[in-house]
Every structure is written in structure tokens, then in C-alpha cells.
Design a protein around this ligand. Structure first.
Ligand code: CA
Ligand code: CA
Ligand code: CA
Length: 133
């Protein structure tokens, strides 16, 4: 379990965090604001929602991670289910756009470790890694 989480963190740190940061930093000032983060979250939600039914299932999340990491991450289905559970307000095992937006808001607050209201690349990378534990 621990090894899987670490593997996922490494895969995302290598392929995800850098890409995620430059994708979210819309105005390229090296900081991600809450508005930029919210827009990024909406973008990732739409990307994960493969069948476009406005909900993201564990299977869809797993497939999206696989695409990001560029290889098959073993037992990543478990991680996706756990991740969904963390922000699944109504407990139906799927994420709506609203649940995802709320979750990423909370995540933003957690990642903003110096509490300056924006995320640096380091904060985002560290947040991505800790998210998967
Ligand atoms: Ca920015
Ligand atoms: Ca879906
Ligand atoms: Ca839900």
C-alpha cells in the first residue's frame, strides 16, 4: 500500500506536477491563484469525465491517471476510490463537478503552506505528492 502510494507520487511528480503547474498558471506569473486553480480543476474534471455524464467514477479517474503517468499504475483503482471518498460529499462513490470543485478548494488551502493566497510550483508539487498518501 505504502509502496503503491509512493510509486504514484513519483509518477505524478515526474509527469504531472510540472505539467499541472504550467497548465494552471494561466497568466504565467509563476503563481497559481484560487481562480486559476479552480479553472484548472474544472479542466481536469472535464478531462477525467471520459463519458461526459458530468460525474467522475473511480474507473474514469484511474484511466486518467494512467494517461498522465503514461504507464499502468498497479492498484491505482484503490487510490482513486480513496481519493473520491475524501471529497465525495453524498457518498455515492462518484464525483460531481461541484464535489470536485469543493474538494480542490480545500486542497488549495492545504497546499498553500505559506498562506500567501497563491501556490508556488513547489507547493503544488508537494501537494500532489501528499495527496496520494
Ligand atoms: Ca498565475
Ligand atoms: Ca463520467
Ligand atoms: Ca458524490
Amino acid at each position: 500500500m505504502k509502496i503503491t502510494a509512493m510509486y504514484m507520487a513519483v509518477a505524478l511528480a515526474a509527469a504531472g506536477a510540472e505539467q499541472a503547474f504550467s497548465g494552471m498558471d494561466a497568466n504565467g506569473d509563476g503563481k497559481v491563484t484560487p481562480a486559476e486553480h479552480a479553472a484548472g480543476a474544472r479542466y481536469y474534471f472535464a478531462k477525467m469525465d471520459a463519458n461526459k455524464d458530468s460525474t467522475v467514477t473511480a474507473a474514469e479517474m484511474t484511466a486518467a491517471y494512467r494517461a498522465i503517468a503514461g504507464r499502468t499504475a498497479q492498484k491505482s483503482g484503490m487510490s482513486a476510490a480513496d481519493k473520491i471518498k475524501a471529497v465525495d460529499a453524498n457518498g455515492d462513490g462518484m464525483l460531481t463537478a461541484e464535489e470536485h470543485a469543493k474538494g480542490s478548494e480545500a486542497m488549495f488551502a492545504r497546499m498553500d503552506s505559506d498562506r500567501n493566497g497563491s501556490l508556488s510550483k513547489e507547493e503544488l508539487a508537494a501537494g500532489h505528492a501528499s495527496m496520494l498518501h
